[in-house]
Design a protein around this ligand. Sequence first.
Ligand SMILES: NC(=O)c1ccc[n+]([C@@H]2O[C@H](COP(=O)([O-])OP(=O)(O)OC[C@H]3O[C@@H](n4cnc5c(N)ncnc54)[C@H](O)[C@@H]3O)[C@@H](O)[C@H]2O)c1
Length: 348
Amino acid sequence: MAAPKLNIVPFVSVDSMMKLVLAVGIERFLTELAGYVEEDFRRWEAFDKTPRVASHSHDGVIELMPTSDGTLYGFKYVNGHPKNMRQGLQTVTAFGMLADVGSGYPMLLTEMTILTALRTAATSVVAAKYLAPRGARTMALIGNGAQSEFQATAFKALLGIERIRLYDIDRSASEKVVRNLAGLGLETTICASAEQAVEGAEIITTVTADKQYATILTDNMVGAGVHINAVGGDCPGKTELHRDILLRSDIFVEYPPQTRIEGEIQQLAPDHPVTELWQVMTGKAEGRRGPKQITLFDSVGFATEDFSALRYVRDKLASTGLYEELDLLADPDEPRDLFGMLLRAAKS
Ligand SMILES: NC(=O)c1ccc[n+]([C@@H]2O[C@H](COP(=O)([O-])OP(=O)(O)OC[C@H]3O[C@@H](n4cnc5c(N)ncnc54)[C@H](O)[C@@H]3O)[C@@H](O)[C@H]2O)c1
């Protein structure tokens, strides 16, 4: 058998990613991806970790998110520009790469705009498995943009959520969610306010986009026993919850050095107690202790989640063939003859 050509890198385009997700099935994709995310949280100590490298500008942020487990190296490029949506552009776009630590050669280049929405939803639901009240069936979903249906679908597939109560400042966004989720087995209700949306909800997901301190939830809206999945506050100066909610909640985070800069907890003292999610998953710390406790997953999105998603996609390539071959790496027959290869190209 011919040795695989290491200079040819599998590339998953947006088109291939959509085909891949649909071939696997959206719910099964989310379920399997959640398995990879959890597996990597469980081996947290194996990873190189650093807060993501963020370049802030007036309208948004561009971030690089690298990590490695010593065998594989992955990174994601991602932006966050809340104003984009009003100009017909995505708020969040992304692409990423997985590489072999041994040779340093890239092994996969992929779109990650769709993959980020999937991995964010998968991570939310992995956290909720440990933190949400038992038997939760109703979720409020505040902010009904690009990420929102992925959240709803993941909570249905993995946690058994049956009802979604929607609120967005732009009603047409909620109407889009109702249309997209029709026939997928979820009961959806559009609400007139965030306050109305949280009525009867055991889980509250906030996934709005605004590049400023916003107050999507105030303290009076959050009753005992609720789990809050706060996804939208993920940058310095960009939060969604009133500080008083944080003071009543037990707060769970991905990687504290990053969340202290970017998460809801940027509103609190730098030593305010938080629990790391990986410790809950490995039994080193408690998750939900009882029915009255308010739990808050202060999600900002961490590099290992993208690493898990990259691993998952790579594992799907051989069986689906849903990728193109990208001529990404120069590969002279004699490794030191890079210049000669260039000259020979002029003759061919
Ligand atoms: N934590 C993570 O891992 C993670 C991952 C991806 C995206 N995000 C964040 O999630 C947020 C949503 O991303 P998206 O791609 O869905 O954005 P989007 O622009 O597509 O949608 C955002 C929606 O929020 C609505 N909104 C804004 N202010 C609101 C308010 N006060 N009340 C109710 N609705 C409001 C907008 O009308 C819009 O429909 C962004 O802030 C993004 O940065 C976080």
